[in-house]
Design a protein. Structure first.
Length: 392
């Protein structure tokens, strides 16, 4: 940097000297004309005193210019590059002038979830998060529905292929063992349970995976089966809704835990899963196809379909599972029926009591009534005759 500064300084000095020399020459050439006769020797006027002052001023100006150059060279290169940019003038369309000063980089956008499907479901849930109209009833406001005692039995994952958009996750769900699907085991247990309840005079309805909007009944029991990669996993679970507006679901869940274990002899798993407590049929705030908040509800995992021991009950002997469910319904105060006639046993654990041979025939006449949504083999089913639900 030093040789460059000295060269600039020397250049300004040379230019100043040339300027002074040129000014002196012009003064001598343009001096006043002597009015004397031609041919007389006229002495050239000497340079005026103020020319010396001008020379000093020029030298000072050169020094100032050199100082300016030194300051410019000492400026930070990043600042020099910014100051050297030209200012953008607004165009004829009236766009604003943007400052060219350096700005802090924008913070990276953080997104939760990389799947477009997850984003769509999240937006859908936000949109319909509180879809229940009006205030939610309290347990003190609970009233049973009118008419005879109505029991709803849901065969979990049955006809899941008909699930609407809000429950699209049901279409590919459920466990299986070899060629036995979960919905088949659930439906068989539900039908055996309905047959026993009808014998006692209950009104029973078997529901598919999709619950009618705002469904109302005295009691709703959702029947499912577990599955695991470990064939040693065994046992049944019972759970009531995490948010129970009736305040009575925990009572039927406790009764069902005892009666089902007694009837089947399976191990009771005391812990329930989050998905059981937040079962979609219980969530009337979020889903249209959910129970009415005043419907008492409970969910039962009858056993592990992947366990040889549990399959001995829920597949090979579903009547035992059905008796365990019915016993809890009869003992529950809300759904208990008046005492039966004298001489007729009310205990379903009696070894002399055998289910009727046609217990699984929906067309058999019973003291109670049963309404079963159309299923495989039913011409009225939306699935068509002989069809099955979609892949699970």
């Amino acid at each position: 940097m030093r040789p460059r500064r000295w060269s600039l300084h020397a250049g300004f000095v040379a230019l100043a000297l040339l300027f002074l020399a040129g000014g002196t020459t012009e003064t001598s050439q343009e001096g006043p004309t002597n009015p004397s006769a031609p041919g007389d020797d006229v002495e050239a006027p000497s340079a005026p005193a103020n020319d010396v002052d001008a020379s000093s001023a020029a030298v000072s100006e050169v020094d100032a210019s050199s100082a300016t150059v030194r300051e410019a060279e000492s400026v930070d290169p990043a600042v020099q590059s910014v100051e050297s940019q030209e200012t953008v003038e607004p165009g004829e369309s009236g766009e604003t002038v943007e400052s060219l000063a350096p700005t802090a980089p924008a913070a990276p956008e953080v997104r939760r979830g990389s799947s477009d499907g997850n984003d769509r479901r999240r937006r859908y849930r936000r949109r319909y998060r509180n879809r229940y109209p009006g205030p939610i009833p309290t347990p003190a406001e609970w009233r049973p529905p009118g008419g005879p005692v109505k029991i709803a039995l849901q065969a979990g994952h049955w006809r899941a292929g008909e699930a609407p958009a809000e429950l699209s996750g049901l279409r590919d769900n459920g466990t299986r063992w070899e060629d036995i699907h979960e919905w088949e085991a659930n439906l068989e247990v539900a039908r055996r349970t309905a047959a026993l309840l009808e014998t006692s005079g209950y009104e029973v309805e078997i529901l598919p995976a999709v619950v009618p909007p705002g469904y109302r009944a005295h009691l709703f029991v959702s029947i499912h089966a577990d599955g695991s990669l470990d064939t040693r996993a065994s046992g049944y679970r019972v759970a009531s809704p995490r948010r129970d507006a009736t305040g009575r679901a925990a009572d039927i869940a406790s009764l069902l835990e005892r009666s089902y274990g007694k009837a089947t002899g399976l191990r009771h798993i005391t812990t329930s899963t989050r998905r059981m407590r937040n079962y979609y049929a219980f969530n009337f705030r979020r889903y249209e196809h959910a129970l009415h908040p005043m419907t008492i509800a409970v969910i039962l995992e009858t056993g592990f379909l992947t366990s040889p021991r549990d399959r001995g009950v829920i597949v090979d002997d579903p009547d035992r599972a059905a008796r365990g469910i019915v016993e809890a319904i009869r003992a529950f105060p809300v759904t208990a029926l008046p005492a039966v006639a004298d001489g007729e046993s009310d205990s379903i654990d009696s070894p002399d009591e055998e289910p009727a041979e046609d217990a699984t025939d929906p067309g058999t006449s019973r003291p109670g009534t049963r309404t079963e949504a159309g299923g495989p083999g039913d011409p009225t089913s939306p699935l068509g005759e002989g069809s099955e639900p979609g892949e699970r």
